[in-house]
Structures are given as C-alpha cells and as structure tokens.
Write a protein that binds this ligand. Structure first.
Ligand code: 5AD
Ligand code: SF4
Length: 445
C-alpha cells in the first residue's frame, strides 16, 4: 500500500544525549525538506522513534511505542525506527512490527529523505550502513535553538568493547569529527542563542583531531578553543572513559573558566575482579587516582558515575567493593543499573548469571547510598552564591528553573527574567533532586 507524502513529522528520542542530538539533527533535516514539526497533541504524518538498545527494557519499549501509534480509525502514520535498535535489529523490526516503514541506523539518518521516498511507494526501506562519508558532511547547518543549552556531538562510537555493552556494535568504531567543523558548529550554536554547550561522545574524551594549524589536539584543546568564543558561557562534556582522562584534560578542569565543575566518569564496579571480567582496562585504584587528581585542581568538582550491579559472577564481596568505592568517592550524582544481558556481547553467555532478586537487592542498597550522597552534596551547596543558567519555567508564578555549575536544578522566583538569562543566586535550601535560591542579580540576558 502506498503511503501519502508526509507533511508533518515528530521525532521522539529515547536513551542517551547522543540520541537527543541526533534527533535534533533529524528534525532540522526534515524541516529543511519542507516538512513541518507536528504541534503538541496533533497526529504527525511521519513519526521517527529514535531508539536505545543499551538495556533490554529500553530496546523492548520500541515495540509497545509502535503499537501506540495506531490511530482511532486503525491507520498508522509513516513510522521510522532510527537509533541503536534499528542498527542492532535491522529488518527484524519490520518483520516483528509490520507497520514500520523505515529502519535507519545512527550513521545513516542523513539518508532519511530517500528512505521516505521509498516508503511512499509502499516498500519497506532499510539503511543500517556505516558509510565512510560522514553524515555530518551532508546534514544541513544548525538552526536557531529554542533553548540556551545545546548538545554538540564531537565523537561517536567505541573501541573499548566492555563485555556487557552493545555500543561498539550499534555505534561502530570510534571516530572524531574534524576540529574546524566543530568550532564552526559551536559558533553557529552560540549565534543561534546557546550559552552552554555540552560536548558529546560515547567516549568523548577519546576525541582527537588536527587543529587549523595541523597540530594534534585532544578534547582539552577543543575545550580551550571553545572557551574563546564570545557569548558562550559554559562548557560541559560527557561521557568519558577513565583511560582517556589525559593530563591535559585534568589540567583544563583547573584552568579553563568556562569548563563547568562536573565530571561524569563511569566506573561500573569497585571490584578489580569484575572490572577485569568487564574488560574495563582500568582498576579501582587507577580510577580513584584520576578522581584525586581532578579534585586537586578543582576541589569543588561534582563527580558522577555509572554503575552496573549483578554482572555475571559478581559475589557479595565484589558488590561490597562497589559500595566502598562509592563511600570513598562521595558522588554528587550517579546512575546505576541492573546488568542486562545483550545479544552478541561476551557477558551474555558468561557462567554465573546473577538471579534477579539478588540484583534487585543490590541495586536498592547502592541507590540508597547514592541518594544519600546526592542529598549531602546538595546540602553542601546551601549558603553558596553561584550562577544559574535559566532553562525552563517552574510550576509557580514567576518561577524559573536553571542549572548550577554542578548541574543541580535550582528554582528561583524571578519575575522579569527570562529563559536563557544567566543569573547570580544565593542557594537557600536543598532537596534530593532540586534546590531553591534567591536572586542576587542578572549577569547576562
Ligand atoms: N546492562 C546494564 N547496564 C548497562 N550499561 C551499558 N550496558 C549495560 C548492560 N548490558 C550501562 C553502563 C553505561 C551506561 C550508559 O549504561 O553503566 O555506562
Ligand atoms: Fe560501552 Fe564500555 Fe564503550 Fe562505554 S566504554 S560505550 S560501556 S563498551
């Protein structure tokens, strides 16, 4: 059956911030093709589900989401499945969910217009290539952003092959985008209204490229270049691997004023035995040593991490070591997950898979400790005077919500101020997930 020419679209992104970035680029491209973003609550002619494959729950979600796209009269919009589930499952998706018209991987979405043309003829369209020519060379330039914060993907893919992880298979080998493209894109984002840029990559700190003078630069060099862009106030980066925390990048945390005092550095486990089985290629001690050095140059840095509980073979004492590395580190924020076996990864077929009840109990204990640390970190900031970048409206009249340098959400009653303003506040109180402050002054509008 042929599908009518889609006039409106909606892109829904799930999972990591790299997907959010890809979703924005897809939206910009579809607008560039003459389509309009569907208004809130309105059915779209084309729905792109930009999916995540990292854990089973995320990957399975796409099928229930597809089911929900059926409209009251039984018809469905044109449906495209993009992102990492598309890459991992390919044509299997439209076999399992026949209403899916297009399957497109994360390295091929610049070809969406051609895939839409194929789908219009009634044929299924599939593209999970990882072409040597980069999608970034083809996508239209960045548009004005409605938000003061922007993502900028600088690096994609992963060569680390942690034994639990699908990313090396779904996102491919590590590639770094060229220096001048990134400096230009950052300038375009700032011209379009961004005050804060978060540099993104699965291994963002493995980014490396020649600069405009032919010198090899690492992420710290790029951060220092962005620091010189007028109108840009804040720089962040995520996600990093401990092995790529170079001396230069650690030093940048002490030297670059716009680099925010926040570091997301996943460790996954506190047990050397499990880290080895995970193929993490760092130890408990080498991780702690990096954190010590970062704290030396930036004592107020907020530390964040990722943890997996119940990796195959994880004993009670291995888990206790995870709790103890958390005790030792004192995180400001962290993300923790139950191990989820992923098809095709080495850990999925390892002996000694851990029963669900044990995983549940370990996750609860770990999260209780992490929540306590997050609350303690938030409380430490009470009484401080700091900056906020206002990002959205709050629930109360005249209330706005912004992020502190340490990535906390802070509420402030500030009539007359707008989203996008950079303000100074005194932090007055803290809860587990947000804080409140009183306005001192507006620094920049
Ligand atoms: N099971 C559970 N958590 C996982 N992660 C990656 N793969 C898995 C898996 N198979 C977690 C890691 C990673 C974060 C993005 O997701 O903690 O850092
Ligand atoms: Fe996955 Fe490990 Fe690569 Fe991170 S470093 S994306 S956890 S394989």
């Amino acid at each position: 059956m042929t599908k009518s020419d889609p006039k409106t679209y909606r892109v829904k992104s799930f999972g990591c911030q790299m997907n959010v970035y890809d979703g924005e680029r897809m939206s910009e491209m579809l607008s560039d093709q003459g389509m309009a973003a569907a208004a809130d609550g309105e059915n779209a002619d084309l729905v792109v589900l930009n999916t995540c494959h990292i854990r089973e729950k995320a990957a399975e979600k796409v099928y229930s989401d597809i089911g929900r796209l059926r409209q009251a009269d039984g018809s469905t919009p044109m449906i495209a499945v993009a992102g990492c589930v598309a890459q991992a499952e390919g044509a299997e998706i439209s076999r399992r969910a026949p209403s899916v018209d297009i399957v497109v991987g994360p390295q091929a979405y610049h070809r969406l217009p051609e895939l839409i043309d194929t789908a219009k003829t009634g044929r299924k369209a599939l593209d999970t290539d990882m072409p040597p020519a980069s999608k970034f060379d083809v996508l239209p330039g960045r548009k004005k952003q409605p938000r003061p914060t922007a993502f900028l993907t600088v690096q994609e893919g992963c060569d680390k092959f942690c034994t639990y992880c699908v990313v090396p298979y779904t996102r491919g080998a590590e590639i770094s985008r060229p220096w001048s493209d990134l400096v230009d894109e950052a300038k375009a984002l700032v011209d379009g209204g961004a005050r804060e840029i978060t540099l993104l990559g699965q291994n963002v700190n493995a980014w490396s490229s020649e600069d405009d003078k032919g010198r090899i630069q690492g992420l710290d060099g790029l951060i220092r270049a962005l620091d010189r862009i007028d109108g840009l106030d804040r720089i962040r980066y995520t996600t990093s691997h401990p092995n790529d925390m170079t001396d230069g990048l650690i030093a940048a945390h002490g030297e670059v004023p716009k680099l925010m005092p926040y570091l997301h550095l996943p460790v996954q486990s506190g047990s050397n035995r499990i880290l080895k089985a995970m193929n993490r290629s760092h130890s408990r001690d080498s991780y702690l040593e990096i954190l010590r050095r970062v704290r030396e140059v930036r004592p107020d840095i907020a530390l964040s991490g990722d943890f997996i509980v119940g990796f195959p073979g994880e004993s009670d004492s291995d888990f206790e070591e995870t709790l103890s590395i958390v005790e030792e580190t004192e995180y400001a924020q962290a993300f923790s997950f139950k191990y989820s076996p992923r098809p095709g990864t080495p850990a999925a077929t390892m002996d000694d898979q851990i029963p669900r009840e044990i995983m549940d109990e370990r996750l609860q204990r770990l999260q209780a400790l992490l929540n306590k640390q997050q609350m303690a970190f938030n409380q430490q900031t009470v009484g401080r005077r700091t900056t906020l970048l206002l990002e959205r409206k709050g629930k109360l009249d005249g209330q706005l919500v912004g992020k502190s340098p340490w990535l906390q959400s802070v509420h402030v009653i500030a009539p007359g101020l707008s989203i996008g303003d950079l303000v100074e506040v005194d932090i007055e109180s803290a809860g587990p997930n947000s804080l409140s402050g009183t306005l001192v002054e507006r620094i920049a509008a």
